[in-house]
Structure formats: structure tokens, C-alpha cells
Design a protein around this ligand. Structure first.
Ligand code: AMP
Ligand code: MG
Length: 484
């Protein structure tokens, strides 16, 4: 389909006009296409050739408007690091409407009513990170927003220290409503009416099967609890850390949104913190499931006028058991084990592994990839050669071997289970940094190559074989800033 034939739905405007702002984006100077995503084109039925036109560049830059589209920014509130902030909002993101089931949004499109102190811009560094990472997550079956394209420009911004070019990334999500949107609506004058409208909107967009059900708002909450528990399990299984799990960065559609100082953990550290402003580790790796549950309790409170809050909190008690179920199922797969559900699901073995990985200082995801191609217990060097300390992991292999013997599985059988969940490549922050540094010289080739790897992490990428090795220690588990 041509750009001009895309059918755009503007379906947010039945909400009270005080709860969003209709506005136009502020264009960047001299925009340049960095990359576009064919897989995302497929989702909205857009011809690839359209992405190489001036019109497409104009669309990302806010100069061209799609037919029927009226751009707007949404208000929300949120708990940031546990503290309630009564008003936040799309301070640099502008919504263009919905195409098929995807809500298009340009991030970095200039000031809005909700910008507060910010400049409304996204620097190239952070846009590249989001563009690549959201696709990497999707490729690992971790629910995420997607990204259609990214542009660079000759408009500059000053973040921590350097002058950086501004960019725009076109993101797509099944919804941009956040837990924080409900928190804002719950504190408005007509809170019950506004909350009802917002909940009806979310149900229509993301939980359509509940539309005619009794107690549909409660059921919407239950569905989100289920989805979030499963999403968090997937984060944990792959060592993903979001970095800023504020309630305004938590999606009502149960997908990962708002990529900032995230990381796929390099070597295993259960207390790993990837956000350098998170001194106390509120959002550390191990805390993530508990924080997600807490965020959902904030949502339960924001829904109090249209739901029985006690019932919601009662259901929330299923969050951790659900999370654990999915986690154990997946981590067993990553070990090539079948782990019959009625048994102990190898909990002891898994806990022992996490301890061994930590003391061995072994790259977390490289471990699983190497395990996938292990051919014999007599030679563990293809794994232990990558450890700083070998003994803990060697000892763990004694326990692993016993479980494998009990399951009577062969190396080949385990390989078949593992090869579909243990990718050769995981996008690490040091790789993104290399792509960013090159992009700052005007060369976007590594952005595009990493993007290809992110979308196809199980394939061979001979030229980039080095990226399948452990992260060099000097770049491992580095903390990033919020402007990342
Ligand atoms: P974040 O931590 O990125 O989720 O952002 C928190 C809030 O700050 C959101 O309401 C954003 O819209 C806003 N914000 C972040 N960066 C900027 C910026 N450069 N300009 C304006 N608002 C921003
Ligand atoms: Mg945010």
C-alpha cells in the first residue's frame, strides 16, 4: 500500500479534550533516513519502496500528515521511583493515530503541553537504542512496542555533556495508554466518567473479547496481570532490565514500552542495576517482578471507582505464582530440559546455576548459547574457557548431568529444545554503543547491520561473529543514564 492509502483511525478523541492536546510536530533541520523496518511495514501493509521517498521522511519529520490524521499528545501521571507525580505526559512524543491495530507515534517531535523542562527532543543515541532494542525483544518473543523507522538531523541538543544530533523514531504499539494514564484520570474532576471512558477504550483496543462481559473492567485488570506476569518472566529469563519501571512506563497492553537505560545483562549478577540514577537499585534485575506487581497494585487503586479494588488485589496475588510458572518453563527450555510440571521443575538446579554463573562471572546469554552446542560432559572448555572462575560452573555441571540422566535425554534431544530459545546473538549495550559512535560520524551501516542481527538473532552473521562472544569485561554491566 502507498503511504497516501494508509487508513488512519483517530479513536482517542471521545475522551475529554482536557486530557490530550491536539498539536503539530516541530520539524527537525535537514532530516536524513537512518533506517526503516520492513517487518513493521508488513504490520501496517506499507510498501517498502514508500520508505525511501521524501514523503516518508516528511512524515517522520512531522511535515507531512497522513489523510485523516490529527496529531496529539496524551497526558498521564505516574509513580516515578515510588513517588507520585500528578502530571506527566507525552513530553516529546506525538501520536498520529491508528493504522490497522498499530498506534503510530513519533518520539522526539518537539515540545508539547506536557514537556515540563525538557526540549521535546530525542537524541540519535537514544533513538538508535530504542529502534534496535524493540525489535530485538520482539525477535525473542518478548512482548514489545515495534519501530517503523528512524531519522537523524542537523538539529542539535545538549544532554549530559556533548552536543548531539536530534532524531525521531516512529514507534508502533497496540496501545500507548499507561498505568499512569489511569492514575491521571482517577484524579480528574469527573474521575469516574473519565476512567470509564479510558477503560472502555483500552478494552476496545486490547481486550475486545471482554467488551460484552459482566465485570469487564475487573477482567481487563486480570488479563493485564496475566500478560505482565508472563512478560516479566520473559525479561528475567533473557536477563533484560528495563531500568525505569515507573508506572508511566508500564503499558496497559502488557508490552514493553519506553526504552531508556535498559540492558541485556552481560555477566550474571542478580542485583545488577542498569540505570545509574537508580542508586538504591529499586529497578535492579531481581526486583523487577516485585516492582511490576507493585505497579499493578497502583493500577488497582486507580481503578477503584469502576472496580472492586479488593477483588483486584486478591487477583494480584496470582502474579508471582504465574510469573514463576512461565519463568520455570522457559528457563528449563533454555537448559534443554523437559521438567515435568508436577515435579519440582528443577528449581534447585536453576538456583544453583544462577549462583554458579554469578561466581564464575560468566556471560549470561553466551552461557545458554554455548550450552546449546555442547556435545559431551567430558569437555566443558567451550563454556568454562569463558568464565573468570571455572570451578562453580564445573560443579554445577555435575548436578545438571544427573538431571539429564534422570530425564534420559541425549545431547541431540536437548539441542533441539534449546536451539529455538537460545539465540547466538543478544544485543548488548556495548554493541549499541559501537553503532551509535559510527552513526555520529554519519555512517549508519552498523545501525542497520545490528538491526538485522536483532531481528534474526538465531541466524549466523559471519561478519559479526565476535558479537556472539562474551561482552568484553570493561564494557560489562555498565550503568547508563536516563537520557540513553
Ligand atoms: P521517561 O523517563 O523517558 O519515561 O520520561 C518521563 C517524562 O519526562 C515523560 O512525561 C516524558 O514525556 C518526559 N520527557 C522525557 N524526556 C523529555 C524531553 N527531552 N523533553 C520533554 N519531555 C521529556
Ligand atoms: Mg516514559
Amino acid at each position: 500500500m502507498k503511504l497516501n492509502d494508509l487508513k488512519v483511525d483517530m479513536d482517542y478523541f471521545h475522551i475529554d479534550e482536557k486530557l490530550y492536546q491536539k498539536l503539530n510536530p516541530t520539524p527537525l533541520k535537514n532530516p536524513k533516513l537512518v533506517s526503516f523496518n520492513k517487518k513493521a511495514c508488513d504490520l501496517i501493509d506499507l510498501d517498502y519502496g514508500e520508505c525511501e521517498t521524501q514523503e516518508f521522511l516528511d512524515l517522520l519529520n512531522g511535515v507531512k500528515t497522513l489523510e485523516n490524521s490529527q496529531s496529539y499528545s496524551m497526558v498521564y501521571a505516574g509513580h516515578q521511583f515510588g513517588y507520585f507525580v500528578p502530571q506527566l505526559g507525552d513530553g516529546r512524543a506525538i501520536n498520529l493515530g491508528k493504522v490497522k491495530s498499530w498506534h503510530l507515534q513519533t518520539k522526539g517531535s518537539g515540545l508539547t503541553k506536557y514537556s515540563r523542562q525538557g526540549d521535546g527532543r530525542a537524541v540519535l543515541r537514544s533513538s538508535i537504542r530504542e529502534y534496535i532494542m524493540s525489535e530485538a525483544m520482539h525477535a525473542l518473543d518478548i512482548p514489545s512496542t515495534r519501530a517503523l523507522a528512524i531519522i537523524d538531523s542537523d538539529t542539535f541538543a545538549h544532554r549530559e555533556w556533548e552536543k548531539e544530533s536530534c532524531s525521531v523514531v516512529m514507534r508502533m504499539s497496540p496501545s500507548w495508554v499507561r498505568i499512569g494514564t489511569f492514575e491521571f484520570f482517577a484524579n480528574t474532576e469527573n474521575s469516574k466518567e473519565n476512567t470509564t471512558k479510558l477503560a472502555d477504550y483500552v478494552i476496545e483496543q486490547n481486550y475486545a473479547h471482554l467488551k460484552d462481559e459482566k465485570n469487564k473492567y475487573e477482567k481487563m485488570f486480570y488479563s493485564l496481570v496475566d500478560k505482565t506476569a508472563s512478560m516479566l518472566a520473559r525479561w528475567q529469563v533473557y536477563g533484560f532490565m528495563h531500568g525505569v519501571m515507573n508506572t508511566d512506563n508500564f503499558s496497559m497492553a502488557g508490552v514493553t514500552i519506553d526504552y531508556g537505560p535498559f540492558a541485556f545483562m552481560d555477566y550474571f549478577d542478580k542485583n545488577c542495576i542498569c540505570n545509574h540514577t537508580d542508586g538504591e537499585g529499586r529497578y535492579s534485575y531481581n526486583n523487577q517482578p516485585y516492582v511490576a506487581r507493585w505497579n499493578l497494585s497502583v493500577l488497582a487503586n486507580a481503578l477503584r471507582e469502576i472496580c472492586d479494588e479488593d477483588k483486584l488485589l486478591e487477583y494480584l496475588k496470582t502474579f508471582l505464582p504465574q510469573h514463576e510458572n512461565v519463568y520455570l518453563e522457559l528457563i528449563n527450555q533454555r537448559l534443554g530440559l523437559l521438567a515435568n510440571k508436577s515435579g519440582n521443575r528443577n528449581l534447585d538446579l536453576i538456583l544453583e546455576l544462577l549462583g554458579a554463573l554469578e561466581t564464575s562471572k560468566m556471560d549470561y546469554n553466551v552461557f545458554f548459547h554455548r550450552l546449546t552446542s555442547l556435545k559431551s560432559f567430558n569437555d566443558l572448555s567451550s563454556i568454562t574457557n569463558f568464565c573468570v572462575f571455572r570451578e562453580p560452573l564445573e560443579k554445577w555441571f555435575d548436578s545438571y548431568r544427573k538431571v539429564c540422566e534422570k530425564e534420559e535425554s541425549s545431547f541431540e534431544q536437548r539441542h533441539e529444545i534449546m536451539k529455538i530459545v537460545n539465540p547466538k546473538y543478544i544485543i548488548k549495550n556495548y554493541m549499541l554503543q559501537e553503532a551509535i559512535e559510527l552513526a555520529h560520524t554519519g555512517d549508519y551501516s552498523l545501525v542497520n547491520d545490528l538491526f538485522e542481527i536483532a531481528q534474526n538473532p538465531f541466524d549466523e552473521h559471519k561478519k559479526y561473529d565476535r558479537y556472539s562472544n562474551p561482552t568484553p569485561m570493561e564494557f560489562a554491566n555498565i550503568k547508563l543514564s536516563c537520557s540513553s
